[in-house]
Structures are given as C-alpha cells and as structure tokens.
Write a protein that binds this ligand. Sequence first.
Ligand SMILES: [Ca+2]
Length: 374
Amino acid sequence: MTDFFPFTPRSFSRGMVFAILLIAACAGTARASSLKASKVQQTSPRQAATQEAAYASRPEAMRFADDLASRRDLDVVWVRQAIGQARMSTAVIRLMQPPAKTFVKNWRVYRSRFIDPIRIAAGARFWQDNQATLARAEQEYGVPAEIIVGIIGVETIYGRDTGKFRVLDALATLAFDFPATHPRARERSEFFKGELEQFLSHQSRLGSDPASPRGSYAGAMGMPQFMPSSWVKYAVDFDGDGRIDLWNSPADVIGSVASYFKAFNWQPGMPTHYPVRFDSATLDMDTLMAPDILPTFSVASFTAKGAVLEGEALRHTGPLALIELLNGDPANGGSPPTYVAGTDNFYAITRYNWSSYYAMAVIDLGREVAARVR
Ligand SMILES: [Ca+2]
C-alpha cells in the first residue's frame, strides 16, 4: 500500500519518494488535527481554513452520506455525523499530486530507501519473533515468509510507521476533493468514495468511532497498510482471538498478507523472477515491453524474441514479462536500466502495490532478511 513513483490504488502506504515530504506533512497535520478546539488559544489561518472545510457543510458530502446509509442500511444520523466531522486535509491533497513530468525513476535510489540496515535488523527480529506463525501462514496459504516479511518491512518497518492521518479525513478528502490536476482524478475520487463507504460500514458494524483510526495519507491502515476494501475482503483473524487487529496482532497481519496473496493468484513454489540478458541489437524490445509487467510470453517465445535465460528459468512453465527498472536518465548521470524476467508471482506482488519497483524492493528486502535469519 506504498506509493512511490506511480500512484497506487489498492494498498497504499506512505511511500518513499514522499518520505521527506510526508515527515513534514505528518508533523504538520498530526499536530493540527490533534488540537482540541477548546485548547486552541489562537487560530492560525490554516487551522481556520481546516475547520471551515469540515464536510458537514458540503451538500455533496451529505448527499453521499444519505445514499450510503440507504444503500448499506446504516443509521443515517450516524453516517452524516461521521462524514460531517471529516476535515479536508491540504497535506493529503499535496501528497496525492502526480510526480513532475521530468521525474525519471531510479531503481537504485528507490532500493536504497528500503534495503537498509535498520529495516533488515527489524525484519530479522520480526521473523524470529513470529517464526511459527510465518510457517503456519506458508503452510496454509502457500506464501513464503520472505515475501510476507518483505511486505510488512517495506510498508511500515514492521509497524513502526503506520501513518498519522485520520483515515476518515484522508478518505473524505480524496473522495470529495481529489486534486483535479491528476490525470485520472474522476476515477480516483470514485475509488476513494468506495473506500470511504467500506471504511464507514466496517466501523459501524464494529461499533467503533470512525474518527479514531490513523493511517497513511491514502487511508491505508495498520502494519500491512490495508485499504478498507482489502481489510473487509482479505484480512483474517490468524491468532484466533475472535477479532482482526492489523495494528497490534503480528499474527493477524501475517495471515492477512498471506490471504491477500493467495487471493491474487500466488503460486506456491514459483520464483518471482529470473535473471535475463540480451543483445539490444537483436532484442525485440517493442514486443516484449508492450504488455508491460503482465506476464505474457512463454519461455520459447521470450527467448525467440532475443531474451536470454539460463538454468531453472529455461524450465519455467508459466508466462513471463520483461521487467524494466530505470536507473535514472543515462544521458543525465543515470545508469542503464535493470532488467529481469518476471513471473506470475512477481505480478502478484504488484497487486499489493501497482509498481514493479515496489515488488522488487519487497523481494530484495525479504531476501536480505532471510539471509540474516538463516
Ligand atoms: Ca485476531
């Protein structure tokens, strides 16, 4: 649920390109939003704007509340109050802006933000503390510990950084005030209306205060940064205490991440990717890159187009994709791209966050932690 380069819908977490921005933004918004009105001695213009922007005064938001209550058979007063107390967050809007057009992705830089000694050490501790649960998840869902540990590390450093935005504010802001400059603003705002609906329905069923949960600027929650719809569909009670707690129960988190991957077609025992090399003079790059990260080519067709595979890759039975990770602009101090042959399992990781850079960081972090633990 991490968002770095591309904008990722389903499982955002705070991403790293935004890390610095976010630290600044979190500090600002968390402080601003935690101030009780009665404690505010002097109201800054920004706070005043935030207070005025409460969605209770927005007819569109209240119409949405009425529709939602009727569709989901919820108490309309409760839903109106919930959405009515949501506040528009300018920090959320800023963080959701698409990256500048001149921005060239850089895998090496991206990787260095996730594969670092602190995250590896935290991952090794998490693995050791939860060894039996990870083994049980692998047995039950077929998803290896490495991948689960990689995901939770990249998302939140094993729960250290689960986000400081009120989920209610983030979702309402993105539902009703999605930045119009974004190329897919309408589609994205519909997506977040759906997430807001799932979130409120879920909170209502639990009898929980919708203003309490905190998460990423996109409304992703807990150690695995599940969006509300993912929580509803894929989260599981893996410690058997009768409730799902993705903030405090490592077992529920491990089981839920594994359950998510199983639902997205994870295939037990299949590698995520293989090394690939080629002679660019003879490679049919256009054809191989056309499906992007979607595995499409058999080994025979992949190699017939000039991609060279070796060893176990030649015995792979499923489709492959040529994955290209840019390392900046070679004409401007960058390096040539990194290439791998991605399998269906590589693609499955991108269903957690729609980015091949993200998937490769998860895989590499998992490997590094595994090497430390084993
Ligand atoms: Ca539980």
